[in-house]
Design a protein around this ligand. Sequence first.
Ligand code: ADP
Ligand code: MG
Ligand code: ZN
Length: 477
Amino acid sequence: MSGKDYEMVAGLETHVELKTATKIFCGCSTAFGAEPNTQCCPVCTGMPGSLPVLNRQVVHYAIKAGLAVNCRIASYSKEDRKNYFYPDLPKAWQTSQYDLPLCRGGGISFTSDNGEKRFVRLNRIHLEEDAGKLIHEGGVTRVDYSRCGVPLIEIVTEPDIHSPEDAVAFLTALKSIIKYTGVSDVKMQEGSLRCDVNLSVAKKGEPLGTRTETKNLNSFRAVLRSCKYEAERQIELIESGEAVKQETRRWDDASGVGSSMRGKEDAHDYRYFPEPDLMPVVMTDEDVEKIRATVPALPGERVEKYTKEYGLSDYDAALLTADVAIADLFDGTVAVGAAPKKAANFIMGDVMRLGKAPGAEDVNVRVSPSQLAEMLKLVDEGAASLAAVQKEILPRVWDTDKSPSVVLDELGLRQSNDAGELEAVVKGIIDANPKVVADYLAGNQKVVSFFVGQAMKATKGKANPKMVSEILGKLLK
Ligand code: ADP
Ligand code: MG
Ligand code: ZN
């Protein structure tokens, strides 16, 4: 940031699409990618006289997410109408929650880029429905109502974020936790995770400045760049003696420029009032505890286990727990008998290289815990070299889902552990290379690799290198 005396303050409002089969108030499908307007009914398109029914799974998922970030769950919450006119909203109101949200408080810890620990408090998590989608094409605008009524939770932070990098680190941690709970796919590029950034700047120690809200950021990169842009814009305004206007802004990621959309509306502009067609949501402690029992071990808990029980470094533990697919793969591999350190190295190196395209948002795992454990066992038993497992066997198992030992034989890479056979091979090499043997006997240990290389050649890569050097030592004593 250019102005050193200024501090950036940001609060995020993150929308997460819940992975339910049906919408929040009707039975329409939520599947992604269907033809426009094929997943609609009178309820989600707001036909007069239609009545909504709250989807129980939506409430459970929202509470599960809330528990994962240590929110308090309300024993009594209700739905409200947030009224506004826009072509993507056929009812002319969005059913949301105003004064009595489902979850309050809680927060998320994460590590900043500079290694410092941070904690961002959450203000609330509430339920709401998505709006339709406007499609601008060939000079006309059409609207797809299939998204109307897709269930969302909105996660609102306190203004606790103080750099563009921390905004991204916070979102990364939030995304990871939500993915662990399984209540959403949290894919920014598919819109199941979107974020509005409220941002102000002020001189250090002074009260909060006037904020702007930049809407619908749909990549980490957009969050990072729009925060930088907006903080600098506000500092320049203040430095030139002008005031920051409270407004809603948009970000154009292609040009890297933000622009004003409209003056920011206040709550009274929405004429919020209780939704008369829905019952309040009443949750007993017992209901909440039942949902708590479904929350899996989260990244923090697993880091603790990996460092304390398995002796992994903080860095490795963080890498293994960042994505639940990787953490589950690691836990599963250890559970079927692999040594934790070996499993960790295998996964962090070779598996992640195969599963994560550069710049990709998610890891794609196409190998099972038992397949990984079997590959490590082949190495331990001397049936395969580590290099063969890393470079040949894993990629083939990945593509074909065949068993590692089948692949080992198919590729002809099974190492020979037949001592008699190898001894004959090594004898042959000794007889054919008197000069190298003399070097060896003169104490030049480096020539061992020559013998290993020759043995590999003679056996088409199947000689166990450790056995070759042992046999050599025995024969040339
Ligand atoms: P609204 O519902 O009108 O958007 P809220 O009071 O619920 O307003 O706040 C929305 C978000 O804006 C929250 O994440 C909050 O932390 C953040 N926020 C509020 N005031 C400021 C400020 N002065 N600077 C930066 N962020 C702010
Ligand atoms: Mg807002
Ligand atoms: Zn519907």
